[in-house]
Design a protein around this ligand. Structure first.
Ligand SMILES: Nc1ncnc2c1ncn2[C@@H]1O[C@H](COP(=O)(O)OP(=O)(O)OP(=O)(O)O)[C@@H](O)[C@H]1O
Ligand SMILES: [Mg+2]
Length: 322
């Protein structure tokens, strides 16, 4: 009983069969069961249209679920949206900074809106600009910020009222590599300070780099949920070999299936043959050999160590980037 109570308190997000059907019978989120623990960086990874924003939207009270339940910080988001808003910080997919205010004012008025007195709000705004390396921009209009700076300011604003959980929807979409890494650093620092974070992304490197655990979703459905390392192990592969060749690829797949007895899987998809293997030693020459004996010309051959991308491909048969 005490254990149950303990785990209930340490669970910052809890959903059961969370579902959203938009008007027109669009099933955006399909029965999602999620549990995020205090202090975790948790990722929702999936391609465009997977239902990431809709899921984050339901957890942040912006989208009303059509089924299931969702709790943030122990609060039912549907029954008590106002209370739920107090315990969350949100960085949405689009820039929502107030363009009529300066950088510093964007933070100051956010603090005031969340009930901080003037003195505390002033001090916090100044402190956060320092922490997010934006002090030298304090008095400029937010329209004068680069994309990376605007994104950092949105994160600063979202954590100003010390939310139990910080939501970020595609935090680094559209950022240049340098700004992306600067934001990763900031999220890493917040994580070290114990901030619970849920982020959505379709960048597997980002999910791999930042997240303690990940939910891979597609068509609104949970396909897998684990640590990045376990996900990469779980597919039971060491590498994926992609073979491009001229000729009937279905037949080539069957030729390779017969000759590579240690292959986990051989399939012909999207104009290539994919071979999943436990180990690579000697395999590439063996593939060329087997193919050419049967009259195929191999035009390209590449191998990939397991990444979240290959996990996604093995779960769905398609590329995360498509
Ligand atoms: N307001 C809406 N009305 C109707 N359908 C919607 C609405 N918002 C999203 N959808 C649909 O719901 C599905 C999930 O969309 P959602 O925006 O949650 O996906 P996403 O994973 O965030 O995608 P992206 O990577 O493009 O941001 C899509 O099919 C989308 O077209
Ligand atoms: Mg989205």
């Amino acid at each position: 009983m005490a254990d149950n109570l303990e785990s209930a308190i340490d669970e910052v997000i809890h959903t059961e069969a969370l579902t959203k059907v938009y008007p027109g019978d669009i099933l955006a989120v399909d029965g999602l069961d999620l549990s995020v623990a205090r202090g975790e960086i948790f990722g929702l990874l999936g391609p465009n249209g997977a239902g990431k924003t809709t899921t984050a939207g339901m957890l942040t009270t912006r989208v009303i679920p059509t089924g299931g339940t969702a709790f943030v910080g122990g609060i039912d988001v549907v029954a008590h949206p106002t209370a739920a808003k107090q315990v969350i910080g949100v960085v949405p997919q689009t820039n929502t900074l107030d363009r009529s205010l300066t950088v510093w004012e964007n933070l100051y008025f956010h603090g005031r809106f969340f009930g901080m007195n003037a003195k505390t709000s002033k001090a916090e705004a100044t402190r956060l600009l320092e922490q997010f390396r934006l002090s030298d921009r304090a008095t400029v209009d937010v329209s004068a910020l680069s994309g990376g700076m605007a994104q950092r300011l949105m994160v600063a604003r979202a954590i100003m009222h010390r939310p139990a959980i910080l939501f970020l929807d595609e935090p680094t979409a559209g950022l240049d590599p340098q700004s992306r890494i600067a934001l990763w650093d900031i999220l890493g620092e917040l994580h070290t300070d114990g901030q619970t974070i849920l982020l959505t992304t379709h960048y597997m490197e980002e999910a791999d780099e930042l997240c303690d655990r990940l939910a891979i979703i597609d068509h609104g459905k949970l396909l897998a949920l684990d640590t990045p390392a376990n996900l990469k192990r779980s597919v039971g592969i060491d590498a994926m070999i992609t073979v491009s060749a001229t000729g009937d690829l279905d037949r080539l797949a069957s030729v390779l299936r017969d000759s590579l007895t240690t292959a986990t899987k051989v399939e012909s998809v999207d104009g290539v043959v994919r071979v999943w293997m436990q180990q690579l030693v000697g395999v590439l020459p063996a593939i060329i050999d087997a193919a050419e004996k049967q009259g195929f010309t191999v035009t390209d051959l590449s191998s990939t160590e397991p990444t979240l991308e290959t996990v996604f491909i093995s779960l769905t048969g398609k590329d995360l980037r498509e």
